[in-house]
Write a protein that binds this ligand. Structure first.
Ligand code: FAD
Length: 449
């Protein structure tokens, strides 16, 4: 009988592990709580109306359609039993227990508010399609509310966008909101001038894009200034509420940045499945919840369990897509029967866009900034977007937004903007219920209409 391999997650780690095993004589079951492969690096373009969510999230089932040794199951993994070698997953009221001979866990990471979870209510993070669509509604909604407002201070608050975290996600997000206000929306409104919008990028660190080094960091900061982003560094965020963001400088003095639309782009917290595995195996978990693996990406005492990507802690490798992809391929080789060797991450470089036609890139010791770095960024992203169809439509949308001024994806629904807060109000006890209960509710709603 072929070996049963279970893969948890359809992100970079999960999908690339499955693909690496396409010719192996194994039976793969890929279980993920989302039915798509999310290309997180382009989430900010969904939030700012450049791309549609479908372009960065093709259905996993379709991507793996021709891979006959793989079955895809939708469901949230709620437990892993390493002694019984089973994975338990849940979809509505249906519980599925899947046995494995070998397991690859690539459940990624969520947002961390560094112990201030109350900030989440007012400042959504940037980790999922839901986050990006909610933010799209909040960003475009802020301009709409400003057009209606009659009080000058209120207009200022509505047209102030605060992005917290000056890493790649924060820089890209701030840059895009500024371009949206200063290019794409010009002429769309009659009362307000979107160009007067204030975009503030806040971080406790002394520089933007700290991991890129002084030269690129300075270049990115200069460009941000040119496109109208106000960078506030060395500022600790101590409060986020309806009115705005309160920051504290190094002398302890506090000030409020009045703002309607706040975006959290700082901090990650690994999937809780890491802790669940640690309880059973004795492996260590770091402050971000990442579980320590052995050099070959497996867990101590459990050579049949591999953990890769953002939820693994190994040799201080960064939480980037290439670490997940290469780690997954390494684990796949061992599953296929190759000798167990240590996983060594080959750094292919890092890059971030600051605005259209301007990026910073650090590739094998070489540093680029400006247009050349942007072309590099473009090429790399086109290669890694999954699916030919998605590549074509993405490039078309980039033409519209970067050569022209348009934003093709401006639709935002009430549900996208309000559902997270509404669910929060209902509380943890809320559940969609069973299949039968949902059917019943749907038909009742239809009758009322
Ligand atoms: C906004 C943003 C921008 C980024 N930009 C870049 C960039 O420019 N370059 C770069 O290299 N990296 C970037 N990254 C980081 C990169 O996306 C991650 O390092 C990478 O996605 C990690 O892959 P992963 O497989 O570990 O996790 P993910 O890709 O997050 O995948 C996790 C998968 O697990 C599933 N899952 C989670 N919990 C469960 C559960 N309980 N049950 C079932 N399934 C579950 C999820 O649905 C998902 O399919 C960015 C990240 C973000 C959020």
């Amino acid at each position: 009988m072929a070996k049963r391999v279970v893969i948890i997650g359809s992100g970079f780690g999960g999908l690339f592990a499955a693909k690496a095993l396409r010719r192996a004589d194994v039976e793969i079951t890929l279980i993920a709580k989302t039915g798509y492969h999310l290309f997180q690096p382009l989430l900010y373009q969904v939030a700012t109306g450049i791309l549609s969510e479908g372009e960065i999230a093709p259905a996993t089932r379709e991507v793996l359609k021709r891979q006959k040794n793989t079955r895809v199951l939708l469901g949230e993994v709620t437990d892993i039993d390493v002694a019984a070698r089973t994975v338990t997953s849940q979809l509505l009221d249906r519980t599925t227990v899947t046995p494995y001979d070998e397991l690859v866990v690539a459940a990624g990471a969520g947002q961390s508010y560094f112990g201030n979870d109350q900030f989440a209510r007012h400042a959504p993070g940037m980790k999922s399609i839901d986050d990006a669509l909610e933010l799209r509604g909040r960003i475009f909604g802020a301009f709409e509310l400003a057009e209606l407002a009659t009080d000058a201070d209120e207009v200022d608050r509505l047209l102030t966008f605060v992005v917290i975290g000056a890493g790649p996600t924060g820089v890209e997000m701030a840059g895009q909101i500024s371009e949206l206000a200063r290019r794409a929306l010009v002429g769309d409104f009659r009362k307000i001038d979107p160009r007067t919008a204030r975009v503030v990028l806040v971080d406790f660190a002394p520089e933007v894009l700290g991991s890129f080094g002084d030269h690129l960091s300075a270049s990115a900061q200069r460009r941000l200034k040119q496109i109208g982003v106000e960078v506030q560094l060395g500022k600790k965020v101590v409060g986020v509420d309806r009115d705005g963001v309160t920051v504290e400088d190094e002398h302890g003095s506090r000030s409020l940045i009045p703002s309607f639309c706040k975006i959290w782009a700082a901090g990650v917290s690994a999937s809780p499945l890491g802790r669940r595995l640690a309880e059973q195996t004795g492996a260590e978990v770091d402050r971000a919840g990442r579980i320590a693996t052995l050099d070959d990406t497996s867990l101590l005492g459990h050579p049949e369990v591999f953990v890769v990507g953002d939820m693994a802690s190994l040799k201080h490798y960064p939480g980037v897509a290439q670490v997940a992809i290469q780690g997954a391929r390494h684990a796949a080789k061992i599953i296929e029967g190759e000798e167990r060797t240590p996983f060594v991450y080959k750094d292919k470089g890092s890059m971030a866009t600051v605005s259209r036609f301007h990026a910073v890139a650090s590739v094998k010791g070489l540093r680029f900034s400006g247009f050349i770095a942007w072309l590099l960024w473009l090429a790399v992203h086109i290669v890694y977007i999954v699916g030919f169809k998605n590549r074509v439509t993405t490039v078309m949308h980039w033409f519209v937004s970067f050569l022209g001024r348009g934003r093709s994806e401006r639709v935002a629904t009430e549900q996208q903007v309000l559902a997270r807060l509404a669910l929060e109000q209902v509380g943890d006890s809320f559940s969609l219920g069973s299949e039968a209960q949902i059917q019943e509710r749907t038909s009742r709603t239809a009758k009322v209409r």
